[in-house]
Design a protein around this ligand. Structure first.
Ligand code: LMR
Length: 394
């Protein structure tokens, strides 16, 4: 049986992680996978997470199953964090999922059950696992223009022109904040135009929000998501806790389905629970419980928010330092976009050959589409990267 398997294409982000690990150079710099690193290159456990885990070890009295949708308190806390009061609570169905990827996967399966002929529209570019999962599920997929390689901003006219091809019932996958891989984001006014076009076409939004708190702040980063949700009877939101709580390996995420009314919500909730049961039964609980503990305890929450703010400001400072350094070295404002981008990533907008040259000559690892992880830098490595970019002639 197993001999009939075909070999699968490697995920380019995970392949890069392995290549970096295998590189013997001691001065190598990892700007690949989207994992936060502090100035010493460590991915710390956040203080509030440590404390919530300590309490859990001391107080938890059972490891019996939760519900198929996970702990309802987690659903309520995450609904509040992401959606706030943008939608009535009785319209939101929610299931805990293994990470943001699990939420995306469940969202796509729900779409396939409800609207098997719908085309899912993805930004070009997007996180590579989006098209990979859609293809695996055998769903229809289309792309909309997103990135302008010349300005390194959003090609908004191109995006609107492509979305004009939406058919009723099609699904548009939008990044809630901190677009991965480009770092270029829509303004609220631009999103209002996208929403109006989608409403006119009868399209449904699927929002992937994996970096809330890494761009302009916890609340600011959720505004676009809330704006979208207000505009539709139905929307799907896949949220990840991997990055903003730093609990990557705990696989903590949530899928929320906003329904037209409470009856439709009950139907969606039942289908989401069914999907969890088919795929993995009960979702992981540890990370979700940590998140719930933090979000519902005012002191822990304040400490988490403060540490997240430090993380965010650290990334903004690195962005500014890199843009300044490149401005100095090139005597031009060509790289100012790095300071304007938001989140963990910026796309340099150069060729895979140039990316390979940076790896071969300088041990600098970034994804072949020239996405770099700002959090992989520190004050000492920023000038090294800037010099390498200039030397390579990017
Ligand atoms: C990334 O884009 O690097 C992260 O979301 C990690 C991943 O799973 O790809």
């Amino acid at each position: 049986m197993l001999e009939h398997l075909k070999s699968q294409p490697a995920d380019k982000i995970l392949a890069l992680m392995a290549a970096y690990k295998a590189d013997p150079r001691t001065d190598k710099i990892d700007l690949g996978v989207g994992v936060y690193k502090d100035a010493s290159g460590n991915t710390p456990v956040m203080r509030a997470v440590k404390e919530a885990e300590r309490r859990m070890v001391a107080e938890q009295s059972t490891k019996a199953y939760t519900g198929l949708a996970g702990d309802p308190a987690f659903g309520a806390a995450m609904r509040d964090l992401v959606l706030a009061d943008s939608v009535a609570a009785d319209r939101v169905a929610a299931v805990a999922t293994p990470g943001g990827t699990g939420a995306i996967r469940q969202a796509l399966e729900l779409i396939r059950m409800a609207a098997p002929d719908a085309t899912v529209w993805l930004s070009n570019p997007t996180w590579p696992n989006h098209p990979s999962i859609i293809k695996y599920l055998g769903m229809k997929m289309a792309e909309y223009t997103y990135f302008d390689n010349a300005t390194r901003g959003v090609d908004f006219a191109g995006m609107m022109a492509d979305l004009d091809g939406l058919a009723p019932g099609d699904v548009v996958l939008l990044h809630g904040c901190c677009h991965n891989p480009t770092g270029a984001n829509l303004t609220s006014d631009q999103m209002a135009e996208v929403i109006a076009l989608m409403q006119k076409k009868g399209a449904v939004p699927l929002i992937d929000i994996a970096y809330q708190g890494f761009g302009d702040g916890l609340d600011a980063d959720a505004q676009i998501t809330r704006q979208i949700v207000r505009g539709f009877d139905n929307s799907l939101i896949a949220a990840s806790c991997s990055k903003n709580f730093g609990i990557y390996r705990e696989r903590t995420g949530i899928l929320m389905a906003v329904a037209r009314d409470a009856d439709e919500q009950a139907l969606a909730q039942q289908n989401l629970a069914f999907l969890n049961r088919q795929n993995y039964s009960f979702p992981p609980d540890h990370g979700a419980r940590v998140v719930t503990t933090i979000l519902t305890d005012p002191a822990l929450r304040a400490d988490w928010e403060a540490e997240l703010e430090d993380t965010r400001n650290g990334m903004l400072a690195l962005r500014q330092q890199l843009a300044d350094e490149l401005r100095r070295l090139t005597n031009s404002d060509r790289f100012d976009f790095i300071a304007a981008h938001r989140g963990m990533f910026s796309r340099l907008g150069t060729t895979p050959e140039m990316v390979e040259k940076l790896r071969a000559d300088h041990g600098i690892y970034m994804v072949s589409d020239s996405r770099l992880n700002i959090a992989g830098l520190n004050a000492q490595t920023v000038p090294i990267l800037a010099r390498a970019i200039v030397q390579a002639g990017i």
